[in-house]
Design a protein around this ligand. Sequence first.
Ligand SMILES: [Zn+2]
Ligand SMILES: [Zn+2]
Length: 447
Amino acid sequence: MKFGLWHLSFHFMPKFLQQKKGAKTKKKAKTLLQSPKGMHDILPEEQPLFLKIRQVGEKIADIYNFSKIDTPILEQKAIFERAVGEATDIVQKQMFTIKSRGDSQLVLRPEGTASVMRAYLQHGLAHLPHPLKLFYEGPMFRYEQPQAGRYRQFYQTGFEIIGTEDPIYDAQIILLAKNFLEELKLKKINIQINSIGCNVCREKYKEKLLAYYKGKQNRLCADCRKRLVINPLRILDCKNPHCEVFKKDAPVMLDNLCSNCKTHFKEVLEYLDEASLIYNINFHLVRGLDYYNKTVFEISSDEFDFALGGGGRYDYLSQMLGGPKVPAVGISLGIERLVEAMKIKNLEGIVVRKPKVFLIQLGSQAKKKSIKILKELYEAGIKTAEALDKDSLRVQLKAADKSGADFALILGQREVLDESIILRDMRTGVQENIAINKIVEEIKKRK
Ligand SMILES: [Zn+2]
Ligand SMILES: [Zn+2]
Protein backbone atom coordinates (compact mmCIF):
# COMPACT_ATOMS: atom_id res chain seq x y z
CA MET A 1 0.00 0.00 0.00
CA LYS A 2 1.24 3.45 -0.83
CA PHE A 3 0.61 6.40 1.41
CA GLY A 4 1.11 9.85 0.04
CA LEU A 5 2.93 10.93 3.16
CA TRP A 6 5.92 8.65 2.58
CA HIS A 7 6.44 10.12 -0.86
CA LEU A 8 7.52 13.34 0.76
CA SER A 9 11.21 13.67 1.15
CA PHE A 10 12.29 12.92 4.67
CA HIS A 11 13.80 16.35 4.99
CA PHE A 12 10.44 18.15 4.83
CA MET A 13 8.70 15.95 7.33
CA PRO A 14 7.52 17.35 10.61
CA LYS A 15 9.72 16.25 13.46
CA PHE A 16 7.22 13.97 15.15
CA LEU A 17 6.83 11.96 11.96
CA GLN A 18 10.58 11.62 11.55
CA GLN A 19 10.82 10.15 15.01
CA LYS A 20 7.98 7.82 14.33
CA LYS A 21 9.53 6.52 11.17
CA GLY A 22 12.82 5.95 12.90
CA ALA A 23 11.27 4.21 15.91
CA LYS A 24 11.54 0.46 16.19
CA THR A 25 8.43 -1.37 15.02
CA LYS A 26 6.97 -3.84 17.48
CA LYS A 27 7.45 -7.43 16.42
CA LYS A 28 4.15 -8.80 17.65
CA ALA A 29 1.21 -8.03 15.37
CA LYS A 30 -1.71 -6.43 17.13
CA THR A 31 -4.96 -8.32 17.20
CA LEU A 32 -7.68 -6.78 15.10
CA LEU A 33 -10.23 -5.24 17.40
CA GLN A 34 -13.90 -6.14 16.97
CA SER A 35 -17.19 -4.49 17.91
CA PRO A 36 -18.55 -5.52 21.34
CA LYS A 37 -20.31 -8.88 21.43
CA GLY A 38 -23.86 -8.68 20.14
CA MET A 39 -23.46 -5.13 18.87
CA HIS A 40 -23.55 -4.79 15.13
CA ASP A 41 -22.44 -2.29 12.54
CA ILE A 42 -25.04 -1.21 10.02
CA LEU A 43 -22.97 -1.12 6.84
CA PRO A 44 -23.79 1.02 3.78
CA GLU A 45 -25.36 -1.91 1.92
CA GLU A 46 -27.94 -2.34 4.71
CA GLN A 47 -28.69 1.34 5.12
CA PRO A 48 -31.40 1.55 2.40
CA LEU A 49 -33.62 -0.76 4.49
CA PHE A 50 -33.02 1.16 7.72
CA LEU A 51 -33.62 4.42 5.87
CA LYS A 52 -36.88 3.10 4.42
CA ILE A 53 -38.13 2.13 7.89
CA ARG A 54 -37.20 5.56 9.29
CA GLN A 55 -38.93 7.31 6.43
CA VAL A 56 -42.09 5.25 6.84
CA GLY A 57 -42.00 6.02 10.57
CA GLU A 58 -41.77 9.72 9.88
CA LYS A 59 -44.54 9.57 7.30
CA ILE A 60 -46.87 7.74 9.70
CA ALA A 61 -45.98 10.12 12.52
CA ASP A 62 -46.77 13.05 10.27
CA ILE A 63 -50.12 11.72 9.06
CA TYR A 64 -51.28 10.74 12.56
CA ASN A 65 -49.88 14.01 13.97
CA PHE A 66 -47.15 12.66 16.28
CA SER A 67 -44.26 14.89 17.36
CA LYS A 68 -40.74 13.52 17.70
CA ILE A 69 -39.01 13.17 21.03
CA ASP A 70 -35.40 12.16 21.70
CA THR A 71 -34.34 11.09 25.16
CA PRO A 72 -30.81 10.26 26.36
CA ILE A 73 -29.39 6.81 25.87
CA LEU A 74 -28.40 6.83 29.55
CA GLU A 75 -31.08 7.00 32.21
CA GLN A 76 -31.17 6.50 35.94
CA LYS A 77 -31.47 2.84 36.80
CA ALA A 78 -34.40 3.56 39.13
CA ILE A 79 -36.63 4.49 36.18
CA PHE A 80 -36.60 0.97 34.79
CA GLU A 81 -36.63 -0.69 38.21
CA ARG A 82 -39.87 1.12 38.92
CA ALA A 83 -41.44 1.07 35.46
CA VAL A 84 -40.37 -2.18 33.83
CA GLY A 85 -40.29 -3.92 37.21
CA GLU A 86 -37.54 -5.13 39.53
CA ALA A 87 -38.58 -8.73 39.11
CA THR A 88 -38.51 -8.74 35.30
CA ASP A 89 -35.77 -10.34 33.22
CA ILE A 90 -34.98 -6.96 31.68
CA VAL A 91 -34.10 -5.38 35.02
CA GLN A 92 -32.69 -8.50 36.70
CA LYS A 93 -30.43 -9.74 33.96
CA GLN A 94 -30.39 -7.54 30.88
CA MET A 95 -29.41 -4.00 31.82
CA PHE A 96 -26.02 -2.52 31.10
CA THR A 97 -25.19 -0.60 34.26
CA ILE A 98 -22.69 2.23 34.26
CA LYS A 99 -20.73 3.31 37.28
CA SER A 100 -20.67 7.07 37.31
CA ARG A 101 -18.93 9.45 39.69
CA GLY A 102 -22.07 10.44 41.55
CA ASP A 103 -24.33 8.24 43.61
CA SER A 104 -26.91 7.58 40.93
CA GLN A 105 -26.59 4.42 38.93
CA LEU A 106 -26.97 4.92 35.23
CA VAL A 107 -28.03 2.32 32.71
CA LEU A 108 -28.12 2.10 28.94
CA ARG A 109 -31.86 2.30 28.27
CA PRO A 110 -33.42 -1.13 27.62
CA GLU A 111 -36.61 0.34 26.11
CA GLY A 112 -38.16 3.69 25.19
CA THR A 113 -41.57 4.11 26.81
CA ALA A 114 -40.40 4.72 30.38
CA SER A 115 -37.97 7.40 29.15
CA VAL A 116 -40.70 9.17 27.19
CA MET A 117 -42.96 9.26 30.25
CA ARG A 118 -40.02 10.44 32.41
CA ALA A 119 -39.44 13.30 29.95
CA TYR A 120 -43.17 14.11 29.83
CA LEU A 121 -43.29 14.49 33.60
CA GLN A 122 -39.93 16.23 33.96
CA HIS A 123 -40.78 18.94 31.44
CA GLY A 124 -44.41 19.35 32.45
CA LEU A 125 -45.69 18.50 28.97
CA ALA A 126 -49.17 18.25 30.50
CA HIS A 127 -49.72 21.85 29.34
CA LEU A 128 -49.59 20.78 25.67
CA PRO A 129 -52.84 19.88 23.86
CA HIS A 130 -53.95 16.34 24.76
CA PRO A 131 -53.93 13.55 23.94
CA LEU A 132 -50.25 14.17 23.31
CA LYS A 133 -48.78 12.01 20.56
CA LEU A 134 -45.04 11.41 20.70
CA PHE A 135 -42.75 9.12 18.69
CA TYR A 136 -39.11 8.14 19.00
CA GLU A 137 -36.49 6.13 17.18
CA GLY A 138 -33.12 5.04 18.49
CA PRO A 139 -30.86 2.38 19.97
CA MET A 140 -31.85 0.29 23.00
CA PHE A 141 -29.60 -2.06 24.94
CA ARG A 142 -30.18 -5.44 26.52
CA TYR A 143 -27.58 -7.84 27.79
CA GLU A 144 -28.86 -11.04 26.22
CA GLN A 145 -27.24 -14.06 24.66
CA PRO A 146 -26.80 -12.86 21.08
CA GLN A 147 -28.51 -15.02 18.46
CA ALA A 148 -29.84 -14.58 14.96
CA GLY A 149 -31.78 -11.33 14.82
CA ARG A 150 -31.21 -10.55 18.49
CA TYR A 151 -28.63 -7.97 19.42
CA ARG A 152 -27.38 -6.28 22.57
CA GLN A 153 -27.73 -2.94 20.83
CA PHE A 154 -30.83 -2.82 18.69
CA TYR A 155 -33.05 -0.09 17.29
CA GLN A 156 -36.65 0.55 18.13
CA THR A 157 -39.22 3.04 17.00
CA GLY A 158 -42.19 3.74 19.22
CA PHE A 159 -45.44 5.69 19.18
CA GLU A 160 -47.06 6.87 22.41
CA ILE A 161 -50.45 8.52 22.95
CA ILE A 162 -50.38 10.18 26.34
CA GLY A 163 -53.16 11.60 28.51
CA THR A 164 -56.20 9.59 27.48
CA GLU A 165 -58.06 6.56 28.76
CA ASP A 166 -60.27 6.35 25.71
CA PRO A 167 -60.23 2.86 24.13
CA ILE A 168 -60.42 4.44 20.66
CA TYR A 169 -56.70 5.26 21.04
CA ASP A 170 -55.82 1.63 21.79
CA ALA A 171 -57.42 0.86 18.43
CA GLN A 172 -55.69 3.77 16.71
CA ILE A 173 -52.26 2.63 17.90
CA ILE A 174 -52.89 -0.90 16.60
CA LEU A 175 -54.14 0.47 13.30
CA LEU A 176 -51.04 2.66 13.05
CA ALA A 177 -48.79 -0.35 13.59
CA LYS A 178 -50.60 -2.25 10.86
CA ASN A 179 -50.25 0.72 8.51
CA PHE A 180 -46.52 0.80 9.31
CA LEU A 181 -46.02 -2.82 8.26
CA GLU A 182 -48.17 -2.41 5.16
CA GLU A 183 -46.20 0.69 4.09
CA LEU A 184 -43.13 -1.55 4.18
CA LYS A 185 -45.05 -3.99 1.91
CA LEU A 186 -45.16 -6.69 4.59
CA LYS A 187 -48.19 -8.94 4.24
CA LYS A 188 -50.34 -11.36 6.24
CA ILE A 189 -50.26 -9.08 9.26
CA ASN A 190 -51.18 -10.89 12.45
CA ILE A 191 -52.46 -8.98 15.46
CA GLN A 192 -52.68 -10.75 18.81
CA ILE A 193 -54.62 -8.91 21.48
CA ASN A 194 -55.56 -9.47 25.11
CA SER A 195 -56.48 -7.56 28.24
CA ILE A 196 -54.51 -7.99 31.46
CA GLY A 197 -56.96 -5.90 33.48
CA CYS A 198 -56.35 -3.22 36.05
CA ASN A 199 -54.71 -3.31 39.49
CA VAL A 200 -57.97 -4.41 41.07
CA CYS A 201 -59.12 -7.27 38.85
CA ARG A 202 -55.62 -8.45 38.06
CA GLU A 203 -54.77 -9.01 41.73
CA LYS A 204 -57.86 -11.14 42.16
CA TYR A 205 -57.01 -13.05 38.99
CA LYS A 206 -53.45 -13.68 40.21
CA GLU A 207 -54.88 -15.39 43.28
CA LYS A 208 -56.98 -17.66 41.09
CA LEU A 209 -53.96 -18.42 38.95
CA LEU A 210 -51.86 -19.26 42.00
CA ALA A 211 -54.62 -21.52 43.31
CA TYR A 212 -54.69 -23.32 39.95
CA TYR A 213 -50.92 -23.87 39.92
CA LYS A 214 -50.83 -25.01 43.55
CA GLY A 215 -49.52 -28.55 43.60
CA LYS A 216 -48.18 -28.24 40.04
CA GLN A 217 -45.07 -26.20 41.00
CA ASN A 218 -42.67 -29.10 40.72
CA ARG A 219 -43.70 -29.85 37.18
CA LEU A 220 -43.02 -26.28 35.99
CA CYS A 221 -39.71 -25.07 34.57
CA ALA A 222 -37.25 -23.34 36.90
CA ASP A 223 -38.15 -19.89 35.54
CA CYS A 224 -41.85 -20.44 36.10
CA ARG A 225 -41.28 -21.65 39.67
CA LYS A 226 -39.73 -18.24 40.30
CA ARG A 227 -42.52 -16.52 38.38
CA LEU A 228 -45.09 -18.10 40.69
CA VAL A 229 -43.62 -15.99 43.46
CA ILE A 230 -42.75 -12.74 41.69
CA ASN A 231 -44.96 -12.46 38.59
CA PRO A 232 -47.39 -15.37 38.09
CA LEU A 233 -48.90 -13.86 34.91
CA ARG A 234 -45.65 -14.53 33.08
CA ILE A 235 -46.22 -18.29 33.43
CA LEU A 236 -48.78 -17.90 30.64
CA ASP A 237 -46.00 -16.56 28.45
CA CYS A 238 -43.70 -19.56 28.93
CA LYS A 239 -42.87 -21.55 25.81
CA ASN A 240 -41.46 -24.50 27.73
CA PRO A 241 -43.49 -27.64 26.81
CA HIS A 242 -43.65 -28.71 30.48
CA CYS A 243 -45.44 -25.48 31.31
CA GLU A 244 -47.51 -25.32 28.11
CA VAL A 245 -49.60 -28.35 29.04
CA PHE A 246 -51.07 -26.61 32.08
CA LYS A 247 -52.01 -23.48 30.19
CA LYS A 248 -55.12 -24.72 28.45
CA ASP A 249 -57.02 -25.34 31.70
CA ALA A 250 -55.63 -22.31 33.54
CA PRO A 251 -58.11 -19.54 34.43
CA VAL A 252 -58.21 -16.81 31.79
CA MET A 253 -57.79 -13.10 32.56
CA LEU A 254 -60.56 -12.13 30.13
CA ASP A 255 -63.08 -14.12 32.21
CA ASN A 256 -61.96 -12.28 35.31
CA LEU A 257 -61.98 -8.64 34.20
CA CYS A 258 -63.85 -6.11 36.31
CA SER A 259 -66.74 -4.37 34.57
CA ASN A 260 -64.65 -1.28 33.75
CA CYS A 261 -61.89 -3.36 32.12
CA LYS A 262 -64.43 -5.55 30.36
CA THR A 263 -66.18 -2.53 28.79
CA HIS A 264 -62.83 -1.03 27.79
CA PHE A 265 -61.73 -4.20 26.02
CA LYS A 266 -65.09 -4.64 24.32
CA GLU A 267 -64.89 -1.09 22.96
CA VAL A 268 -61.33 -1.57 21.68
CA LEU A 269 -62.52 -4.60 19.72
CA GLU A 270 -65.54 -2.71 18.39
CA TYR A 271 -63.29 0.06 17.08
CA LEU A 272 -61.00 -2.52 15.46
CA ASP A 273 -64.05 -4.14 13.84
CA GLU A 274 -65.20 -0.72 12.63
CA ALA A 275 -61.79 -0.31 10.95
CA SER A 276 -62.20 -3.81 9.41
CA LEU A 277 -59.07 -4.89 11.19
CA ILE A 278 -58.69 -8.60 11.78
CA TYR A 279 -57.23 -9.66 15.13
CA ASN A 280 -56.81 -12.77 17.23
CA ILE A 281 -57.65 -12.74 20.90
CA ASN A 282 -54.78 -14.49 22.68
CA PHE A 283 -55.65 -15.41 26.29
CA HIS A 284 -52.01 -16.06 27.08
CA LEU A 285 -50.54 -12.78 25.86
CA VAL A 286 -49.22 -10.84 28.87
CA ARG A 287 -46.11 -8.86 27.75
CA GLY A 288 -43.11 -8.90 30.05
CA LEU A 289 -43.16 -5.38 31.50
CA ASP A 290 -44.80 -4.32 34.75
CA TYR A 291 -46.19 -1.03 33.50
CA TYR A 292 -48.79 -2.53 31.18
CA ASN A 293 -52.47 -2.79 32.09
CA LYS A 294 -55.71 -3.42 30.22
CA THR A 295 -55.03 -3.82 26.47
CA VAL A 296 -51.84 -5.58 25.39
CA PHE A 297 -51.02 -6.62 21.84
CA GLU A 298 -48.36 -7.99 19.56
CA ILE A 299 -48.02 -7.52 15.83
CA SER A 300 -46.28 -9.87 13.44
CA SER A 301 -46.77 -11.46 10.05
CA ASP A 302 -47.79 -15.05 9.39
CA GLU A 303 -44.83 -15.19 7.03
CA PHE A 304 -42.23 -15.05 9.84
CA ASP A 305 -41.85 -16.80 13.16
CA PHE A 306 -40.84 -13.70 15.10
CA ALA A 307 -42.80 -10.73 16.47
CA LEU A 308 -42.27 -7.37 14.79
CA GLY A 309 -43.69 -5.15 17.51
CA GLY A 310 -45.87 -4.93 20.54
CA GLY A 311 -47.37 -2.61 23.04
CA GLY A 312 -50.31 -1.82 25.20
CA ARG A 313 -51.88 0.54 27.64
CA TYR A 314 -49.80 1.87 30.54
CA ASP A 315 -52.13 3.92 32.72
CA TYR A 316 -50.01 3.49 35.87
CA LEU A 317 -46.58 4.30 34.47
CA SER A 318 -46.69 7.98 35.39
CA GLN A 319 -47.51 7.13 39.01
CA MET A 320 -44.80 4.48 39.12
CA LEU A 321 -42.34 7.25 38.20
CA GLY A 322 -43.69 9.56 40.91
CA GLY A 323 -46.08 11.59 38.73
CA PRO A 324 -49.84 12.14 38.78
CA LYS A 325 -52.26 9.81 37.03
CA VAL A 326 -51.57 10.03 33.28
CA PRO A 327 -53.22 7.25 31.25
CA ALA A 328 -51.49 6.35 27.98
CA VAL A 329 -51.12 3.72 25.28
CA GLY A 330 -48.26 2.92 22.90
CA ILE A 331 -46.42 0.53 20.63
CA SER A 332 -42.82 -0.15 19.73
CA LEU A 333 -41.46 -1.88 16.66
CA GLY A 334 -38.09 -3.63 16.42
CA ILE A 335 -36.18 -2.16 13.50
CA GLU A 336 -33.75 -5.06 13.04
CA ARG A 337 -36.75 -7.40 12.99
CA LEU A 338 -38.39 -5.29 10.28
CA VAL A 339 -35.13 -5.29 8.32
CA GLU A 340 -34.91 -9.07 8.66
CA ALA A 341 -38.50 -9.45 7.44
CA MET A 342 -37.85 -7.13 4.48
CA LYS A 343 -34.73 -9.11 3.57
CA ILE A 344 -36.61 -12.41 3.65
CA LYS A 345 -39.26 -10.96 1.32
CA ASN A 346 -36.67 -9.25 -0.91
CA LEU A 347 -38.28 -5.86 -0.34
CA GLU A 348 -36.56 -2.73 -1.47
CA GLY A 349 -35.28 0.01 0.76
CA ILE A 350 -34.62 3.60 -0.22
CA VAL A 351 -32.46 3.57 -3.31
CA VAL A 352 -29.70 6.13 -3.08
CA ARG A 353 -29.67 8.30 -6.20
CA LYS A 354 -26.72 8.01 -8.52
CA PRO A 355 -24.37 10.92 -9.15
CA LYS A 356 -25.25 13.01 -12.19
CA VAL A 357 -21.65 13.92 -12.92
CA PHE A 358 -18.22 12.33 -12.54
CA LEU A 359 -15.31 14.77 -12.55
CA ILE A 360 -12.09 13.57 -14.20
CA GLN A 361 -8.84 15.54 -14.00
CA LEU A 362 -5.50 15.06 -15.72
CA GLY A 363 -2.37 16.83 -14.59
CA SER A 364 -1.57 19.00 -11.60
CA GLN A 365 -3.15 22.21 -12.95
CA ALA A 366 -6.41 20.40 -13.70
CA LYS A 367 -6.37 18.75 -10.29
CA LYS A 368 -6.01 22.13 -8.66
CA LYS A 369 -8.92 23.58 -10.65
CA SER A 370 -11.10 20.58 -9.69
CA ILE A 371 -11.61 21.83 -6.17
CA LYS A 372 -13.23 25.00 -7.51
CA ILE A 373 -15.40 23.12 -10.01
CA LEU A 374 -16.63 20.81 -7.23
CA LYS A 375 -17.54 23.83 -5.16
CA GLU A 376 -19.64 25.24 -8.00
CA LEU A 377 -21.36 21.89 -8.60
CA TYR A 378 -22.08 21.62 -4.87
CA GLU A 379 -23.59 25.10 -4.79
CA ALA A 380 -25.81 24.17 -7.75
CA GLY A 381 -26.92 20.98 -5.95
CA ILE A 382 -25.52 18.67 -8.63
CA LYS A 383 -24.55 15.29 -7.19
CA THR A 384 -20.96 14.65 -8.23
CA ALA A 385 -18.53 11.76 -7.84
CA GLU A 386 -14.77 11.81 -8.47
CA ALA A 387 -11.52 9.97 -7.88
CA LEU A 388 -9.26 12.96 -7.37
CA ASP A 389 -6.45 10.85 -5.94
CA LYS A 390 -6.08 8.98 -9.25
CA ASP A 391 -4.23 10.42 -12.23
CA SER A 392 -4.79 7.96 -15.07
CA LEU A 393 -7.60 8.71 -17.54
CA ARG A 394 -8.36 5.01 -17.96
CA VAL A 395 -8.74 4.44 -14.22
CA GLN A 396 -10.93 7.52 -13.78
CA LEU A 397 -13.17 6.62 -16.75
CA LYS A 398 -13.63 3.16 -15.31
CA ALA A 399 -14.62 4.68 -11.96
CA ALA A 400 -17.02 7.05 -13.74
CA ASP A 401 -18.65 4.08 -15.42
CA LYS A 402 -18.97 2.22 -12.13
CA SER A 403 -20.48 5.22 -10.37
CA GLY A 404 -23.46 5.19 -12.72
CA ALA A 405 -23.07 8.90 -13.44
CA ASP A 406 -24.78 10.08 -16.63
CA PHE A 407 -22.04 12.56 -17.51
CA ALA A 408 -18.29 12.86 -17.09
CA LEU A 409 -16.49 16.18 -17.04
CA ILE A 410 -12.93 15.77 -18.25
CA LEU A 411 -10.38 18.47 -17.50
CA GLY A 412 -6.90 18.11 -19.00
CA GLN A 413 -3.88 20.44 -19.29
CA ARG A 414 -5.09 21.84 -22.62
CA GLU A 415 -8.59 22.50 -21.34
CA VAL A 416 -7.16 24.39 -18.38
CA LEU A 417 -5.30 26.69 -20.79
CA ASP A 418 -8.39 27.06 -23.03
CA GLU A 419 -10.69 27.55 -20.04
CA SER A 420 -12.84 24.79 -21.40
CA ILE A 421 -13.85 21.29 -20.29
CA ILE A 422 -14.98 18.12 -22.06
CA LEU A 423 -18.51 17.01 -21.31
CA ARG A 424 -18.97 13.32 -22.07
CA ASP A 425 -22.36 11.63 -22.12
CA MET A 426 -21.52 8.30 -20.46
CA ARG A 427 -24.53 6.58 -22.01
CA THR A 428 -23.75 7.47 -25.65
CA GLY A 429 -20.04 8.27 -25.50
CA VAL A 430 -20.69 11.60 -27.27
CA GLN A 431 -18.23 14.29 -26.20
CA GLU A 432 -18.36 18.04 -26.60
CA ASN A 433 -16.28 20.97 -25.50
CA ILE A 434 -17.91 23.56 -23.29
CA ALA A 435 -16.70 26.74 -21.63
CA ILE A 436 -15.53 26.15 -18.08
CA ASN A 437 -17.71 28.96 -16.73
CA LYS A 438 -20.81 27.36 -18.28
CA ILE A 439 -20.51 23.95 -16.58
CA VAL A 440 -23.49 24.28 -14.24
CA GLU A 441 -25.72 25.79 -16.91
CA GLU A 442 -24.82 23.11 -19.49
CA ILE A 443 -25.34 20.23 -17.07
CA LYS A 444 -28.65 21.56 -15.89
CA LYS A 445 -29.85 21.70 -19.50
CA ARG A 446 -29.21 17.99 -19.96
CA LYS A 447 -31.23 15.09 -18.65
ZN1 LIG B 1 -60.11 -4.11 36.03
ZN1 LIG C 1 -42.10 -22.27 32.25
